[in-house]
Design a protein around this ligand. Structure first.
Ligand code: DGT
Ligand code: CA
Ligand code: CA
Ligand code: ZN
Length: 585
């Protein structure tokens, strides 16, 4: 029987939630969803927890009660459980695959199965193309088009994985290779090192005196699912998480040159090679060489052991990997005007967090505790507001109750002579006309107001732009959260005139958020760079829905770096008193 990992168990629990939701069952979807998130976030393996303490130990996992603990037990010992099989039999569809399409939720999946016997993405696409979806009650032509667009969008990003979600696995693999006794240096290069939001594969480089032994160990790592090919200098595998990884062992002398070549981007590499060539040199993954002798066939090694010396020999400063996208970094390096990029350790707080007051998994106190462990000085609690009803969004009265509770938490912190501060905030909905769903009198009581678009994604550009700008003009709105509303591999985002939005941000002193939740990664590098150039301030927030998500802040710092942001460009690098002064009110 297959040994189930935490992710396998979590996937089945997520599926249970969707299956119950399809059946219109109350409460259970939420309970299973909670349990799934907790299992995903575990540091320990569920198998080991169960082996050590049985179902009783499983019930110590937050959100796992007696019933779910027994299901997990059956999963671990028998590979299945009756409830799951019963539900699956009723609706034998690929839920994860179908609900990945924007606009298709469990209820839709149920109707599609009941009326059209659609089980998977392929059948959904076929039915939509044949015009069958529009005939269903409550669907219509527009829904059908939306589904087709959603499928096309999914396909366009097919195969690329969201870096922020994969990073813990990648760091784990890197560490395992570093621990091989024969390995000297190891580093992940490619798009991972450049912190591109989505990655095609993982390119790992290492140096070693015994490459063959290293490759033997590599293919035997527990996360390797399949070996495509294995050689002494290059091995290519598929990992169990669905990603492909290359491991290359390179000569020590060429470490810097190889790192530079395999970090890319390809466009950046090509430009460096051109610059080398213009000086009569040759640049490759083995180093920078000058030709010698009349025929030019002999070569002298000029540089290549480190990237720093490589860039120096080519005539400029070291270029940070996040900048290597051919968006002006080479000219800036040559003219010595590369920015000093913001760093993770510069960030002192997190300004977007959802708690159990709405759709978050943890309490305000739990976030405060975890944030302190991570060395942060403050967090803003920004639960959803009332028009996002499915999250239990706050109305004015609920917000006022939360304000009181946060005041209490802050006085307790003070009594413990802690300087940590919990800021009062909200993630307020921007309505169709650009007004907000919470009144100004209540907003004025908060420390940090973030406003976000959560509906009417398809307004024409002009109307959408005006809508967002109107929200910025509200003196109570400090930050625009996930400005473009995109979701990677799922939703393209709203149509905005970003130049106009940036001008409005400048004029109204509104902060724009860099959302570090990995499938958001919104705003993107190009837009961050525009904000930097316009002097518009940004915040780096995790959009946490559980304490584990606070760790995404580090990834968020790299997103900011990809947009050339300096410490001064990011408001949450400020101590709390200065931050509050820098916001609008
Ligand atoms: P990915 O994997 O699609 O997210 O993007 P990368 O940038 O990791 O690209 P990948 O894995 O195809 O190759 C890793 C690096 O190797 C790439 O960033 C630059 C370098 N490279 C690959 N192919 C070429 C090439 O044809 N010419 C040059 N100059 N460099 C290349
Ligand atoms: Ca790659
Ligand atoms: Ca590659
Ligand atoms: Zn939320």
């Amino acid at each position: 029987m297959k040994r189930l990992s935490n992710d396998d168990v979590a996937r089945i629990l997520h599926e249970m939630a969707a299956l119950y939701e399809m059946g219109g069952v109350q409460f259970k979807p939420r309970a299973y969803e909670k349990a799934a998130l907790s299992v995903e976030a575990l540091d320990e393996n569920v198998r080991e927890i169960y082996a050590a303490g049985g179902t009783r130990a499983l019930q110590e996992i937050p959100g796992v009660g007696k019933g779910i603990a027994e299901h997990i037990e059956h999963l671990l010992t028998k590979g299945r459980f009756t409830e799951y099989e019963r539900l699956k039999k009723g609706t034998p569809v690929k839920i994860e695959e179908l609900t990945a399409v924007e606009g298709v939720g469990p209820q839709t999946v149920r109707t599609l199965w009941k009326k059209l016997r659609i089980r998977n993405l392929k059948e959904l696409e076929r039915a939509a193309r044949a015009g069958k979806i529009r005939t269903l009650p409550g669907f219509g032509k527009k829904t059908e088009e939306k589904i087709l667009n959603g499928i096309a969008f999914l396909k366009s990003g097919a195969g690329r994985k969201i870096l922020g979600f994969a990073l813990p696995d990648i760091r784990n693999i890197e560490q395992r290779i570093r621990d091989f006794p024969e390995v000297e240096d190891v580093m992940v290069a490619g798009s991972v090192r450049r912190f591109k939001e989505t990655i095609g594969d993982i390119d790992i480089l290492a140096t070693s005196k015994d490459p063959e032994r290293v490759m033997d160990r590599f293919v035997n790592l527990p996360f390797v699912a399949h070996v495509y090919d294995k050689g002494p200098t290059k091995t290519n595998v598929r990992l169990k998480n669905g990603l492909d990884a290359d491991l290359r062992v390179v000569p020590k002398k060429s470490w810097g040159a190889a790192l530079n070549y395999f970090t890319g981007s390809k466009a950046h590499n090509i430009e460096l090679r051109r610059i080398a060539l213009a000086r009569g040199w040759k640049l490759s993954e083995y180093g920078l060489f000058a030709s010698r002798g009349k025929t030019g066939r002999k070569e002298t090694f000029i540089a290549g052991k480190t990237e720093e010396e490589l860039y120096k020999k080519l005539g400029f400063r070291y270029i940070e990997p996040e900048l290597r996208e051919m968006t002006g970094e080479i000219a800036a390096a040559r003219e010595n005007r590369l920015p000093k990029l913001v760093e993770y350790r510069d960030l002192r707080g997190d300004l977007q967090i959802q708690t159990t007051w709405t759709d978050g998994e943890n309490t305000v106190e739990e976030y405060a505790e975890e944030a302190q462990k991570l060395g942060l000085e403050y967090i803003a609690i920004t639960d959803h507001t009332k028009t996002l009803a499915m999250t239990g969004g706050s109305d004015e009265a609920k917000l006022k109750r939360q304000i009181k509770e946060i005041d209490k938490i802050n006085s307790t912190l003070k009594l413990q002579s802690s300087n940590f501060r919990v800021l009062k905030g909200a993630e307020v909905n921007i309505l169709k006309d650009g007004t907000l769903d919470i009144d100004d009198e209540t907003l004025a009581l908060l420390d940090v107001v973030g406003a976000a678009v959560h509906s009417h994604f398809n307004l024409p550009r002009d109307e959408q732009t005006k809508r967002v700008i109107r929200a910025m003009e509200n003196p109570n709105v400090d930050i625009i959260f996930h400005l473009t509303t995109r979701i990677l591999n799922r939703r393209k985002g709203i149509d905005l005139d970003t130049d106009e939005v940036i001008k409005a941000a400048q004029r109204t002193k509104t902060v724009i958020e860099i959302d570090a939740y990995p499938d958001r990664s919104d705003i993107d590098d190009a837009l961050i760079k525009k904000c930097v150039e316009a002097g518009v301030k940004m915040s780096v927030d995790t959009d946490a829905h559980s304490v584990g998500h606070l760790r995404f802040l580090e990834y968020g710092a790299h997103l900011a770096r990809r947009g050339w942001a300096k410490k001064e460009d990011i408001v949450n690098t400020l101590p709390v008193s200065e931050l509050l002064g820098a916001l609008k009110r």
